[in-house]
Design a protein around this ligand. Structure first.
Ligand code: AP5
Length: 220
């Protein structure tokens, strides 16, 4: 019952909510964005190829991302559950995910769809800061670090992600509408989607998500 996807536009809070859910249920949080950024920072061949797309706010080709996901899901810790953040992002990826999970004798239980307005997204992304060293995520307004510009976890410098610059955010939102919104229809037709209001503070959204999941697990 804990094989989950978190879905929603860029900056809707997928990473933030995933971390909370993963902690409560003791399941892995698998973020394609984080996995890709790890490759980019290590300057692997894979990462260098992916960076071209990420910097433009476009999707990395399906073949690259599917391979990354197949490796991540094959780990034994995923058998008890997982929360996928940022994958699938195209209908082709959703179909590929189904094939990967079939091989592992697993299936998706629920898709948590976070609804947040574009205005709020732009506000959240322009004020997001990430640690250049460990990737911890902050927000200058809603979740500031104790010391300005310095990571609480590792002391690394906090930066604006390259793809959080306004012109790239615009492109990411357009890419989402064109390529990723159809994924929602794919899961709606399979009756997997739980719509959650993603506005309000982190504690409020966390409670909405966990309460909805608990309710569904009680009923099933
Ligand atoms: P990815 O890193 O997945 O980016 P994204 O989907 O655009 O999502 P974000 O990480 O920007 O936002 P989020 O929804 O996780 O929000 P967060 O919790 O950080 O992907 C980056 C790129 O990689 C893509 O553009 C693409 O190129 C490539 N890629 C990734 N997956 C791919 C795939 N499957 N296929 C192809 N390409 C792929 O929150 C945002 C901010 O708001 C933070 O500052 C946070 O502190 C704050 N915040 C969160 N919740 C709240 C709240 N409730 N109230 C107030 N502030 C909040």
């Amino acid at each position: 019952m804990k094989h989950l996807i978190i879905f929603g536009p860029p900056g809707s809070g997928k990473g933030t909510v995933s971390q909370e859910v993963a902690k409560v249920y003791g399941i892995p949080h698998i973020s394609t964005g984080d996995l890709l950024r790890e490759h980019v920072s290590k300057k692997t061949t894979f990462g260098l190829k992916a960076k071209e797309y990420m910097d433009r706010g476009e999707l990395v080709p399906n073949s690259l991302v599917n391979e990354l996901m197949e490796d991540a899901l094959a780990k034994s810790e995923c058998r008890k559950g997982f929360i996928l953040d940022g994958y699938p992002r195209t209908v082709e990826q959703a179909e590929e995910l189904e094939k990967i999970l079939n091989k592992l004798n697993l299936h998706i239980d629920w898709v948590i769809n976070l609804n947040v307005s574009d205005e709020e997204i732009i506000r959240r992304l322009s004020t997001r800061r990430v640690c250049k060293v460990c990737g911890a995520v902050y927000n200058t307004v809603t979740n500031p670090s104790k010391k300005e510009g310095v990571c609480d976890v590792c002391g690394g410098p906090l930066i604006l992600r390259d793809d959080d610059k306004p012109e790239v955010v615009k492109n990411r939102l357009q890419t989402y509408a064109k390529m990723s919104a159809p994924v929602l229809s794919y899961y709606i037709s399979r009756q997997k989607v739980l719509n959650i209001d993603g506005s309000g503070d982190v504690a409020t959204v966390r409670a909405r998500v966990l309460n909805t999941l608990e309710e569904k697990m009680r009923v099933k």
